[in-house]
Design a protein around this ligand. Structure first.
Ligand code: DGJ
Length: 739
């Protein structure tokens, strides 16, 4: 998979799907030659290295007008020696210079994929699943080492990258920018896709044509954010969901990030992805080093669905970890939208009892069980039960719940503190705040200094004690604000530029401590819904609360966008009460479940307030989910019709053996006397004959994929009983079973 040609000094990474080729240039730096669909290794690709003399360029070699870094495609460029674009790396030296020159020193090719110390990353279970190339470069003047690491997976169109910088000399320097990936592509004929939004409308799909200049998305919030997800894709103009070329870039990190495409006026597109350089500054003394997080690059010539399926399979099986990685997820009830802070033991027990009767497997107690926490102004940081509400504590409550035959889960928000709390009164110095400046709150809460290991140890002790003393099977780890006035009093003035990243490392460390001590607990990450839905989190928590917006119609867009990168086994999706708490919409309970079942399924309501009729429906929904969740959460997912483009949304999952498929068909508004309608399905076996539910007919896979499945709306103003599949916000689940 990885070869080095000594003569042409070329590195070739390739498998059956993808090739990545670069070489050692005349200046001993690395030049990019090709990234894309698999091509044979012709050992020498020097003809792909283009450099013509051009006026006004800065040239490297005396007397030579050709070799200019201004337009040479590079692997890890720097600024100031001819390249006028934004660099991958910036090092401020003691004498004030920023000029660097990392020259090839050596390389190593190994089987497998080494772990990244203290950072989340994709992994292999056997060394023959991947090969890794590490290229070492060295700057003699500042005695600094740079190692660029590339892994190619054997059976996937996936290449990962990261960078490592070490100070090997006596003089310290400051690393002000260290991208995980820089990739120069030879043209700009792409649309850039991003996932953008805000609280409650996370990960909506936006697309824009690449133009000269910079197009970028980023986070400066300390979390990956609801506003932009750490992901971009570059798709060719003719690429759609099912065909055409697309390159996907996903950053395995949960804090500040930059994802940028800079197109120069020679039409070269430079993709950069990494920790955002703003507020990042890392002083490296002798022997000290910095490791960047990982970027995962996916190549697809099978459209966006092809790209997403590669991400899904990789992230589900080689990023997520632990006992629940491959397991169908428990069906849960969460009390948040049902009670908010207004509950006591009696209420929770009766909700748990009713949940059990409906067939639910896990009852989750959300915010409000600890300290003095009757609203969101107090209590965060005091991780011991509120005995006024819960006289038997979490220990007693959890045991009573589990004795009913239903599992118990708990909400925490470990990174935060309210000023009105015992923790803050004892340790006011433990929040992130800038000396002598007012510090802003978010939802009345302040951010604990997770760059300080003492804070983490203290929080760990409190939380692990509650877990240890109780019967807990699930933890929802929430995080409800962006970081501001970031300054840590345990770091000197020179090191404040490290705090943002050290905070994220602290979050990872606490996760690691908890999942190591409690391997049987299922963790779900959350950040005011989906403000930290990123690959970094998936390494610790295999599922994530997707959005506080539980309205099924809104969720079509949110889940459709989220599915661009993240597997359905990670997408937390619940049925909530109507009118919906966020948009006040009344969506039928069938559609609420038909949307939520394409994710980790549950209910977010007070089960004691359900009508008898709804209870009957829910019992059936839960039975259906138990029978089909393995397929729904781990099958191959296809997006068929986008909610961003029209009144209908369609998506489907297909089992690995292609014997079963479920098509979700959703209609926002009812139209009258509608045209005839078909949807072309994907991923079926053309040779197999399928029974199609609802339509009550049988058809071969080739017909369903090429002619389409009939979805004609039968309403012409006349009410008929067709499975409640007519009317505003209606939906249908078509079940396809091979005969
Ligand atoms: C925000 C989360 O997204 C909600 O699900 C809920 O847990 C609240 N926080 C509790 O404060």
């Amino acid at each position: 998979m990885i070869k080095y040609n000594e003569k042409s000094r070329t590195f070739y990474l390739g498998n059956e799907y993808v090739s990545y080729i670069f070489k050692i240039l005349e200046n001993e730096q690395l030049g990019q030659l090709y990234y894309g669909k698999a091509i044979k290794d012709s050992k020498n690709f020097d003809h792909l290295f283009e450099s013509e003399p051009r006026p006004m360029t800065v040239c490297t070699f005396d007397g030579d007008m050709k070799f200019s870094l201004e337009y040479i495609k590079q692997e890890y460029p720097s600024y100031g020696t001819g390249d006028m674009r934004h660099p991958a790396i910036d090092i401020l030296q003691e004498n004030g210079s920023r000029i660097i020159d990392f020259k090839y020193q050596s390389h190593e090719i190994i089987k497998g994929k080494p772990e990244l110390k203290d950072l989340p990353a994709t992994y292999v279970e056997h060394d023959d699943e991947a090969e890794t190339l590490s290229v070492s470069l060295y700057d003699d003047l500042i005695d600094a080492k740079l190692i660029l690491t590339y892994t190619i997976f054997k059976d996937r169109p996936v290449i990962t990258r990261n960078a490592y910088i070490e100070n090997c000399g006596d003089t310290e320097f400051r690393l002000n920018r260290a991208m995980s990936l820089s990739l120069d592509l030879p043209d700009k004929d792409y649309d850039m896709i991003e996932l953008t939004g805000a609280w409650s409308r996370e990960r909506h799909i936006k697309s824009r044509k690449l133009e000269h200049g910079i197009q970028s998305i980023y986070s400066l919030r300390g979390i990956s954010s609801a506003n932009f997800n750490p992901f971009i894709a570059l798709k060719r103009y003719d690429c759609n969901e099912n065909s055409g070329e697309v390159l996907g870039f996903s950053f395995v990190y949960s804090g500040n990030f930059l994802a940028q495409v800079e197109v120069d006026t020679y039409d070269i597109s430079r993709v950069s992805m990494g920790i955002h350089p703003h507020n990042f500054s890392w002083k490296l003394r002798k022997g000290e080093s910095f490791q960047t997080p990982e970027v995962v690059m996916v190549y697809s010539d099978k459209g966006l669905n092809g790209m997403s399926q590669t991400f899904h399979k990789l992230y589900q099986s080689r990023l997520a970890r632990g006992k629940f990685r491959d397991e169908a997820r428990p069906i849960l009830v969460n009390n948040w939208e049902g009670t908010y802070f207004d509950f006591d033991e009696e209420k929770i027990l009766s909700m748990a009892k009713q949940s059990k009767e409906l067939g639910v497997e896990l009852f989750v107690l959300d915010d409000g069980w600890f300290g003095v926490r009757n609203d969101d102004t107090s209590g965060l940081g005091d991780w011991y039960p509120n005995l006024d509400k819960l006289p038997n504590g979490i220990s007693g409550l959890s045991k009573k719940v589990t004795e009913m035959g239903i599992k118990f889960g708990l909400w925490i928000e470990p990174e935060m503190v309210n000023k009105d709390s015992e923790l803050y009164r004892k340790h006011p110095e433990w929040t992130l705040e800038t000396p002598n400046r007012k510090s802003s709150h978010g939802r009345h809460q302040h951010v604990l200094d997770f760059s300080n290991p003492d804070v983490i140890d203290y929080i760990y002790k409190m939380i692990s004690k509650v877990i240890r003393e109780s019967d807990i099977s699930y933890i929802k780890w929430d995080m409800n604000r962006s970081l501001s006035e970031v300054y840590s009093n345990v770091h000197d003035s020179e090191s404040q530029g490290k705090v943002m990243h050290k905070y994220v490392l602290g979050v990872y460390r606490l996760y690691e401590m908890l999942i190591n001590e409690f391997p049987d607990i299922l963790f779900e990450s959350c950040s005011s819904g989906g403000s930290r839905f990123d690959p970094g989190m998936l390494y610790y928590a295999p599922q994530c609360w997707t959005s506080d917006d539980t309205d099924a119609i809104e969720r079509l867009k949110i889940q459709y966008g989220t599915s661009l990168v993240y597997p359905l086994s990670s997408i937390g999706a619940h049925v909530s009460a109507i009118p919906n708490a966020q948009v006040f919409r009344n969506v039928p309970i069938e559609t609420r479940a038909n949307v939520a079942c394409f994710g980790t399924f549950g209910y977010e309501l007070d089960v004691n307030k359900l009508s008898e009729e709804d209870k009957k429906v829910i019992v059936e929904q839960i039975k259906f989910m138990k029978d089909n969740r393995k397929l729904l959460q781990f099958g191959t997912f296809y997006r068929l019709k986008s909610p961003f483009e029209g009144n209908e949304t369609v998506w489907m999952v297909v089992s690995e053996d292609k014997d079963k498929a479920i098509v979700g068909y959703y209609k926002t508004l009812q139209k009258v006397n509608c045209p005839y309608n078909r949807v072309k399905l994907q991923g079926l076996d053309p040779e197999k004959k399928y029974e199609v539910s609802i339509n009550d007919y049988e058809a071969y896979g080739d017909e369903l994929m090429n002619v389409g499945m009939i979805t004609t709306d039968r309403s012409s103003g006349e009410q008929k009983d067709i499975n409640k599949a007519e009317g505003d916000y209606s939906s249908r689940l078509y079940i396809l079973t091979a005969k």
